[in-house]
Structure formats: C-alpha cells, structure tokens
Design a protein around this ligand. Structure first.
Ligand code: URA
Length: 472
C-alpha cells in the first residue's frame, strides 16, 4: 500500500502532486496511507521520499484545487485522506463541488473555514518585540501558537507588511524568518524569552483608545480575540481594568453628552447589561438584533438592511449604504445602483446569486426635501458605527474575496478612502482578508459625459470580471 509522507513545508503542493499521480494511476482511496506527523520521520523539512512522480493530464476543477490548498494546512490528521477520497468521487461526479448537501464537501468547507479563520487570527494577533539588534535593519521576533499549520501560507502577508525589517515568527511547529529580504523556514522551537519593548506601551495605549466602554460586549470580544491569544498580546493586560470600569465610564459618557437623545443614552446602558451569551453570533442572532434595533426609529436614518446571498459565498460585494428603494424593500442593491451592478456583473460573468451582497453602512441616511428622501453620504461616525455589522457578516460568511465598491466600502475595509481611482482593480490585504477595490455603480450613473461613462463602465466591468475570476 503506498504511503505518502508530507513535508512540513510546501505541504499543499506536495499533496496536490501526490494526489494527481495516484489519480492518474487509478489508485483508490482505501489503498493509500497519508502521513504528516509520523513520529519516525526524522527530518520534517526534508523532501519526502515515497512520493509518486507528479502526473500530467489529470484535470480537477479549480474550485477543488483552491479548497485543497487551504484544507492541507488544517491540523486534522485525516485531512489528506479526506481530500483524496473526495477527489476520487469528484472524478465520477464533476457536479459534486456545487452539491451543498454533500456531507464530505461540507466537512471540507468547514475545515477550509477553520484554516482561514486561523490565518486571519495570526495576521491580527502576532505581536513583534524589538530585539534591539545592531545593524542597518531593525530586528523583531514574535511567538505564536496557531491552531492549524498557518505559518507558511500567512508568511507572505508579513513579508509584504514588514518588508523593511528583519523578523522571525516562532511557533512550536515551524519558524518563519525574514532576513535581508529573504524568507526562509526552519523547525519549530520552544517559546523564546523575548524582551519587553516600547511597542507594548504603544499597543496598550492604542487598545485603551479604541476600547469603547459604551459598546463593550465581552462575548463578542472573546470570540474575535480568543483568550488563548491574550498572553502574547500586551494590550490585553489592560482588559480586566477596562472592563471593571466600563459601566462607570459609559454612564459618565452618557451624562457628558447632553446632545445624545435620551433614547440612545438609555440604550447604551441597556446594551451594557444585556446578556449576549457566549457563543459566536449566527445569522439568526444578527437578524434578530437588526429587528430589535429597527423597532426604534432614528430620525434621518432608515432601517438596518442586512446583506443577502449564500451564507458561505466565496465573494462578498460591499457597497456604501442602502438607498431609498433598498430601505423600503429591506434588501441591498435593488434600486438603480443595484440594477446597474446587475447589468455589468452579468456582462462580466459575475454571478450575483452566488455572491453575498451587502453594504458597509447598514442604514439609509437621508434628508427630506418635500416628500422626497434625499441620499446623504455617511460620515466617519456612521462608518465607524457600522463596522461592527459588516465585521460580523464577514466573520459568518468568510468570503475568499471582498469586492469593495466605492469610497465608503474602501474606508470601512481598508481604513483608507483616498486614491480610489488609482487603487481600483487591485487587491489589498486587510484585517478582513483580501479586498478588491472598485468604484461604486452610482458613480457611473452620475457621470454626465456619455463617452467617459462608457469608458468607466468598461473599467468597472473589468474589475467585476477580475473578482469573478479570482473566486472561480
Ligand atoms: N447603493 C449602495 O451602496 N447600496 C445599496 O444597497 C444601494 C445603493
């Protein structure tokens, strides 16, 4: 029976080569043993010895390759066998990738989600310490304990973000090192003694500043920032004190803000006491919460309109805020801008039904002119306030790619609104995952010159086509 050993590095490529060769040889899943953490393996970083030669001429759907590329980094020892068993079935039933009721596929999708969530946590929670090394480049190191094998797939993110310094991310499994612009990997290590540095104070100050006592939700906070990561994050040392004083500070804030309508001030305290349970939010929780908030009218604002689309969509499309029609229908992108989007998306081969379509800001903001409600652009406060909602939607859907349409979506997801026309068509790595930027369809509708509108619409079509291709 062939035994396929996997190297700890380039695991996904190694699995793919082995699976193709086995498939080409007609080897059924029950005749293969897959190993990764085999105790007998002495050099986990060596090239594997018992690997069949990669086979040419075996084709598999791109969507499966993308799935396997993620699942291979899962910690489940069964992952390679599960993938190969599914691939074996896929040969006979190419439509299986679309079968939402298939339990094997559902399990693999779940594993893919776990890996992506773990990679996201790693990007958000790695904290580098300054090693104060002599030399032209500053040197940093961080200790991290990922749940899955996400060091290798997330390392390129760190090389881009911290290109001008040397750094190491040490984990029990693998160590990633970036020195003089070169990335390399070595075996895992025990937790090193890392110096405390000025960055600790900076992180703590930053955290104190963004910590809003009136909006504290302990369950949401621990779901976003699980306690197991706290020990490596200096800012979390401030949490007990911030929580202990949150109620008093929320009351002081409410009292110090006479311009807040009494209803809102009351709600702040109400929220502080509300028991939100300890589980992560589900779509139903989110809908319930929107319904709850929609019971209170807010002058100048419409109701909360949540996104719609498959809950496991690979693509999330994010606009600005609902318009008048969307507010009345309670659905995103169904008015003129939505129709424009639908038309260009169809031309670009982007299937709206397969995407989760939503907005950065959840309420239509307007001013009255006679009986008409005229669109008002959301301000910074509206955007900041709404980020909680979109973050929950992203957490639930875990899209492979987010298409941000317009300045408000760009600001919400990348933190920067400026320069959209230069940045459009590019993918930016963000705390929410990869975000492809483009203009808003309303921008096209507002362009008075027909030639310019045609040119801009073509560029918009190209951006949508790119989004469709990236998630295919
Ligand atoms: N504009 C948006 O940004 N979103 C909508 O849902 C409708 C118009």
């Amino acid at each position: 029976m062939p035994t396929i050993d996997h190297p700890r590095l380039h695991t996904a490529t190694a699995w793919r080569d082995a699976a193709r060769a086995l498939l080409a040889a007609g080897t059924p899943p029950e005749e293969v043993l897959w190993s990764f953490d085999a105790p007998a393996q002495t050099d986990l970083f060596a090239a594997p010895t018992s690997r069949p030669a990669p086979a040419a001429g075996v084709t598999v759907p791109k969507s499966f390759v993308a799935l396997a590329d993620n699942v291979c980094w899962h910690a489940d020892p069964e992952r390679f066998a599960r993938l190969y068993a599914f691939l074996w079935r896929l040969r006979e039933s190419p439509g299986l990738m679309q079968d939402r009721g298939d339990r094997d596929l559902a399990r693999l999708r779940e594993m893919e989600k776990n890996v992506r969530r773990c990679a996201h946590k790693m990007k958000a929670f790695v904290r580098f310490r300054d090693l104060a090394a002599p030399g032209p480049r500053r040197a940093f190191a961080a200790w991290f304990e990922p749940t899955h094998h996400t060091v290798e797939p997330t390392a390129p993110f760190f090389t881009r973000r911290f290109a001008d310094m040397d750094w190491a991310i040490v984990t029990p499994d693998v160590t990633a090192r970036f020195e003089a612009g070169q990335l390399c990997f070595g075996p895992g290590q025990d937790r090193p003694d890392l110096p405390e540095d000025g960055a600790e104070a900076l992180w703590t100050t930053y955290f104190r500043n963004i910590f809003n006592p009136a909006r504290v939700k302990v369950s949401a906070m621990t779901s976003e920032m699980p306690r197991k990561y706290w020990k490596n994050m200096p800012e979390t040392r401030a949490i007990p004190e911030l929580l202990a004083t949150a109620e008093r500070r929320a009351r002081e804030m409410a009292e110090a803000a006479p311009s807040l309508p009494p209803l809102r001030a009351g709600r702040i305290l109400e929220r502080l006491h509300a028991d939100r349970g300890s589980a992560a939010m589900s779509f139903d929780d989110l809908r319930r919460r929107a319904e709850e908030e929609n019971r209170e009218e807010q002058p100048g604002y419409g109701r909360i309109v949540l996104g719609e689309g498959p809950p496991d969509a690979r693509l999330m499309v994010v606009g600005e805020q609902p318009g008048d029609v969307e507010d009345r229908e309670g659905r995103p992108f169904v008015g003129p801008a939505g129709q424009m989007f639908d038309r260009v998306a169809a031309e670009a081969g982007l299937d709206r039904q397969a995407a989760y379509v939503t907005n950065a800001v959840k309420r239509f903001k307007f001013r009255m002119r006679g009986k008409r409600r005229l669109h008002e652009a959301p301000n910074r406060g509206d955007v900041d306030h709404a980020r909680w909602w979109i973050a929950r939607e992203i957490e639930l859907v875990e899209p492979k790619l987010i298409l941000a349409m317009g300045g408000t979506a760009a600001e919400t997801l990348t933190g920067q609104r400026a320069g959209l026309l230069k940045r459009r068509g590019t993918v930016e790595e963000t705390e929410f995952g990869p975000v492809l930027l483009t203009v808003h369809p309303s921008y096209l509708l507002r362009l008075p010159d027909p030639d310019r509108r045609a040119r801009e619409t073509e560029l918009f079509r190209q951006d949508l086509e790119k989004a469709a291709t990236l998630v295919a």
